[in-house]
Design a protein around this ligand. Structure first.
Ligand SMILES: Nc1nc2c(c(=O)[nH]1)N[C@H]1C(S)=C(S)[C@@H](COP(=O)(O)O)O[C@H]1N2
Ligand SMILES: [Mo]
Length: 203
């Protein structure tokens, strides 16, 4: 039996429903670190988040303003396209839906581009980013998100492969059309549903 089959048996043996593990994935207790470029360092007050694009009221929030908004706790599984999954990760953040509603999206709005540091971007349908579990998060496991995991603030869109959850999030651009982001330009799937194994173009 190979590594993936053994790992899947261990998932059941640990008492988890094996259906939580998408096809082609293995479960890990570790929290691998995966990104392109260097971990950005921010001076106090330097980080901000801007919601812009096809909205009537674009706005920018400081870290203090963001974290003063009503927040939601979320426990969720995450799935990286490089085949690791981690169960029951704990996050706290503001629902993306609340931020987008505040910006008053135009009727034509259909997609968003999430903008992170160093030009990293990820495209998402508006319908996905306004789901209850899509968060602009600043806490992991009850602590501030570590810089290597995207702190101070990252996007968490747990029902899609984790490349759709940019670390060091700086902007949410509301759009009236889809357009490939950083990995999508490089062959990754435009949508990225882990349970359908939408890893690459054509999957
Ligand atoms: N800004 C930025 N965000 C990113 C990435 C990146 O390269 N840059 N990589 C993505 C990928 S492929 C994954 S799997 C997750 C990894 O998050 P982690 O390092 O906290 O595990 O971050 C995503 N967000
Ligand atoms: Mo990933």
């Amino acid at each position: 039996m190979g590594f993936f089959d053994r790992n899947r048996d261990e998932v059941a043996a640990k008492g988890f429903d094996p259906a939580r593990l998408p096809p082609g994935q293995y479960l890990t207790d570790r929290f691998p670190v995966l990104h392109v470029g260097d971990v950005p360092e921010y001076a106090p007050g330097e980080w901000s988040l801007t919601v812009f694009g096809m909205v009537q009221e674009p706005f920018t929030l400081s870290f203090e303003e963001l974290t003063a908004l009503p927040s939601t706790a979320l426990t969720t599984d995450i799935h990286c396209v490089t085949k690791w999954s981690k169960f029951d990760t704990q996050w706290r953040g503001v629902r993306v839906a609340d931020l987008i509603a505040r910006a008053k999206p135009s009727e034509a709005a259909s997609h968003v581009m999430a903008h992170a540091e160093q030009g990293y971007t990820a495209n998402l349908p508006l319908a996905d980013i306004v789901r209850d579990e899509s968060l602009v998060a600043w806490e992991y496991g009850g602590e501030p998100i570590e810089p290597i995991h995207g702190g101070p603030v990252r996007l968490v869109v747990p029902h899609l492969y984790f490349w759709k959850s940019p670390k060091w999030l700086r902007g949410i651009e509301v759009r009236d059309s889809d357009k490939p982001g950083f990995w999508e330009r490089n062959g990754y799937h435009m949508y990225g549903d882990p349970f359908l194994e939408q890893r690459f173009w054509g999957d």
